[in-house]
Design a protein around this ligand. Structure first.
Ligand code: HEC
Length: 151
């Protein structure tokens, strides 16, 4: 095999490997469409929550505003991302979402309100309120997962 061919082959293999790995990351276990979109929004929620926690530990309030705002925005539209029949693998959505839509909406609203209070705490530079609102945000994530997410 010529050196040129060898280089070409190595490049092709590298491209295939990159495609394969980025594929599994992007498609998130084969999720497509709206299921994939909501999974990405939830993963962003997780990142935002972690960042907020570390900013609070460092006593930095201002960087929290855009993170809390993103959580609030997602909470507001969340129920629209669960059209009927969008459960089943790879989704972890529980059928409870559709048998108890009012409960699901209330859980999303509790998340919205906690994030809203957090925003208010940041605007008023009230670190104690920010800390308690942060706990309420985290609790509202967990509470919805207990009733409406299957793992
Ligand atoms: C009103 C209900 C509700 C609230 C509030 C909620 N979640 Fe979820 N979450 C779900 C459901 C349902 C799923 C499963 C979605 C699916 O797999 O189709 C989920 C999935 C997730 C996932 C997994 C995503 C993936 O890639 O499979 C993460 C991470 C997550 N939520 C984090 C959070 C965080 C952090 C918060 C709060 C800031 C939050 N969620 C608030 C209902 C909620």
């Amino acid at each position: 095999m010529s050196l040129k061919m060898l280089i070409h082959r190595t490049k092709t293999i590298a491209i295939i490997l990159v495609t394969l790995f980025s594929g599994t990351v992007l498609a998130h276990d084969g999720a497509v469409g709206i299921v994939k979109e909501r999974m990405e929004r939830f993963q962003q929620n997780q990142k935002n929550l972690r960042l907020i926690k570390s900013h609070l530990q460092n006593g930095k309030l201002s960087p929290i505003a855009p993170l809390a705002s993103e959580i609030r925005e997602w909470a507001e539209v969340m129920p629209e991302y669960f059209p009927e029949g969008s459960d089943g693998k790879p989704s972890e959505a529980s059928p409870e979402i559709w048998s108890n839509p009012a409960g699901f909406q209330a859980a999303a609203f509790a998340n919205f309100q906690a994030a809203d209070t957090l925003m208010f705490a940041i605007e008023s530079e009230d670190i104690d309120l920010a800390k308690s609102a942060f706990r309420d945000v985290a609790a509202s994530c967990k509470s919805c997962h207990m009733s409406f997410r299957e793992r």
